[in-house]
Design a protein around this ligand. Structure first.
Ligand SMILES: Cc1cc2nc3c(=O)[nH]c(=O)nc-3n(C[C@H](O)[C@H](O)[C@H](O)COP(=O)(O)O)c2cc1C
Ligand code: SF4
Ligand code: SF4
Length: 365
């Protein structure tokens, strides 16, 4: 029996799937929809001292099932947003309030929100705090001085030295949310090449499946530095995406673009799919697979010399799917089975991903 209950920095979630800050949690009604659709808790849209003034359009679709956006923080005045947070917290949903950005702003917001709402935790976004470590540490330390509740830092993927940043903020935070959208990026329609977003020149931030591998890398990097919980965010749309994030080192996952694309029901769907996967693999909780990637890394096979592709003739069914995948023309058919011309094979490994029977592996020559 799988138990999906998850604890992050003392916050009890009914399952590990949370909304990530965005229009999907922009007010009380959206946050209740997320909760009613099966989210394990709520992370609210980032609010700041002044309402944002976003130029339309703010959200467009882009390549690889991604989304580009130029939405900043909440356009709702703080006093109204406090009312929304109050409703959600009073209904008993575990609530992490997302705030930003400068030290004086998070001090002011932390003080008001902790006193008036008493959320279960805070998340602060560093999206507009720049690319240097010191200003971010100043924000983290300002919030730490102000609130008692657990603090999560939302990590921007644009930061180059993630380990340096994580080590520097570690004394001030209780966990991480990784990652925010990536950018700036640009996309447009060749038949009508005008800006598709209302920002300066149409630039935006990309999210969705396109950024999942960036998120996995950053979650893994953070997990090698600290045991503090990580909310893995970026491109989660299916249970298997969430399972990858947990294996990379996350304790919970967050979803924004998936909810924009398919609606709030995605939280419950992903949670159920995580449960099914764990059940099928004989696991009883998400915690059991947390960080499995790191453990496996220690046992991985490495090659000191260029390896060669090896065909297991017992497993090969002669479907030919691997033939066109080798740019070196190293695979041919021999007696209705694949065979490798070892002199041509450069051991790149690409073909092994396309064999439906798992008949291809790299081996020492
Ligand atoms: C339209 C939109 C608005 C967003 N607004 C916020 C925000 O207010 N605060 C924040 O920290 N992240 C914000 N994000 C980033 C998401 O929370 C999330 O980190 C990112 O989109 C990657 O996750 P996803 O692929 O599930 O969307 C926003 C993303 C989108 C697409
Ligand atoms: S490992 Fe690379 S070079 Fe070798 S057979 Fe496969 S695709 Fe070709
Ligand atoms: S893809 Fe796999 S099963 Fe098909 S021919 Fe190649 S090795 Fe054989």
């Amino acid at each position: 029996m799988v138990d999906l209950r998850t604890n992050i920095a003392g916050i009890e979630l009914r399952n590990p799937v949370l909304p990530a800050a965005g229009p999907n949690v922009k007010d009380a009604s959206a946050m209740f929809s997320a909760w009613d659709s099966g989210a394990g808790g709520i992370v609210s849209k980032t609010v700041s001292v002044k309402p944002a003034d976003d130029k339309r359009p703010t959200i467009r679709r882009t390549i690889c099932s991604g989304i580009v956006n130029c939405e900043t923080w909440s356009e709702t005045p703080l006093v109204t947003f406090l009312g929304d947070l109050h409703k959600v917290k009073s209904a008993g949903c575990p609530l992490i309030a997302s705030i930003g950005y400068k030290p004086n702003e998070v001090r002011e917001l932390g003080q008001i929100i902790e006193k008036e709402i008493s959320p279960d935790g805070f998340e602060f976004s560093v999206h507009y705090v720049g690319h240097r470590t010191e200003p971010i540490v100043e924000v983290a330390s300002a919030l730490r001085e102000t609130v008692d509740k657990p603090i999560f830092m939302k990590v921007s993927p644009n930061f180059l030295d993630i380990p340096e940043l994580i080590k520097a903020v570690l004394p001030f935070v209780d966990g991480f949310a990784a990652i925010n959208s990536f950018g700036p990026v640009l996309d447009f329609d060749v038949e009508n090449p005008i800006p598709r977003l209302g920002s300066d020149y149409g630039q935006g931030w990309i999210s969705g499946p396109t950024i999942l591998p960036i998120a996995l890398r950053i979650i893994y990097q953070i997990s090698t530095i600290t045991d503090k919980p990580i909310i893995g965010i970026g491109g989660v749309e299916k249970g298997i995406d969430a399972v990858k994030m947990l294996m990379a080192g996350a304790s919970a996952v967050g979803i924004c673009s998936g909810a924009i694309k398919s609606g709030h029901q995605i939280y419950g769907k992903v949670s159920n799919e995580i449960g099914d996967w764990l059940n099928e693999h004989g696991q009883t909780s998400a915690e059991e697979i947390r960080g499995r990637y790191s453990h496996e890394l220690a046992h991985r096979r490495t090659f000191s010399k260029i390896p060669v592709n090896f065909v297991d003739r017992e497993k090969c069914v002669g479907c030919g799917a691997c033939l066109s995948k080798c740019l070196q023309c190293a695979i041919l058919m021999d007696d209705n089975k694949a065979a490798v011309e070892s002199k041509r094979c450069i051991g790149c490994g690409y073909c092994t991903d396309f064999c439906p029977k798992g008949a291809l592996t790299l081996n020492l020559r």
